[in-house]
Design a protein around this ligand. Structure first.
Ligand SMILES: Cc1cc2nc3c(=O)[nH]c(=O)nc-3n(C[C@H](O)[C@H](O)[C@H](O)COP(=O)(O)O)c2cc1C
Length: 187
């Protein structure tokens, strides 16, 4: 059943922030689907020093950063984060973990009292510890059930996949998820 037309946002769009990290635009596409469904401001997380274009070099750098607990400085700054009540945080699964830039974001901003909604894309291995780390790093926030879907497989040269039937499928899954966590009214 196509549910694309049903439901209305159950939260004021002006109070919704959608922050995401994306290298090959799959997570960005999910952020866009969420934005078109509940509204809100979309912000891409960018680094002062971007990761290499080369995939293997990035895998290695991320692995080193995870090992050292290094938090890469963000170029992005979110203006007036206090105005937001609901903060979506989206990311690709990297090394079965939360990517370092998301750790930088969660460390840098005071999100106490806010509702955090994580989402991720992955290459088929799932979210790993990503959602758990969001919870651990935001102990004074309410972290809702996350959403995760298969995105690209950069290792095999499969980059952006959120088009056509896959995009429609993800739209429907996102709708169902947002209803489940009561950010979209079900009718
Ligand atoms: C550095 C790096 C590490 C990755 N590690 C994993 C992983 O551990 N498990 C997995 O399923 N996918 C992994 N992937 C694949 C991405 O999660 C997947 O392609 C995702 O859809 C990319 O999202 P994006 O297009 O928003 O960047 C990795 C990708 C990169 C670049």
């Amino acid at each position: 059943e196509d549910t694309a037309a049903s439901g209305a946002p159950a939260v004021e769009p002006g109070k919704v922030l959608i922050v995401y990290l994306s290298r090959t635009s799959n997570t960005k596409a999910v952020a866009g689907i969420i934005q078109r469904t509940v509204g809100g401001k979309v912000v891409a997380l960018e680094l002062e020093k971007p990761y290499p274009a080369n995939y293997q070099a990035t895998v290695q750098q991320v692995s080193d950063e995870n090992e050292k607990g290094y938090l890469p400085p963000l170029r992005t700054s979110v203006e007036n984060i206090r105005q937001y009540d609901v903060i979506f945080v989206g990311f690709p699964t990297w090394g079965m973990q939360l990517p370092p830039p998301l750790k930088s974001f969660l460390k840098q901003y005071d999100l106490s009292g806010k509702t955090i909604v994580p989402f991720s894309t992955h290459a088929g291995y799932g979210v790993g510890s990503g959602f758990e780390t969001v919870k651990a790093m935001a102990p004074r926030s309410t972290v809702l059930e996350g959403f995760s879907t298969k995105g690209g497989v950069e290792r095999d040269g499969v980059l952006f996949v959120m088009a056509g039937n896959k995009e429609k499928q993800v739209q429907n899954e996102v709708q169902a998820w947002l209803k489940r966590i009561k950010l979209l009214s079900s009718k």
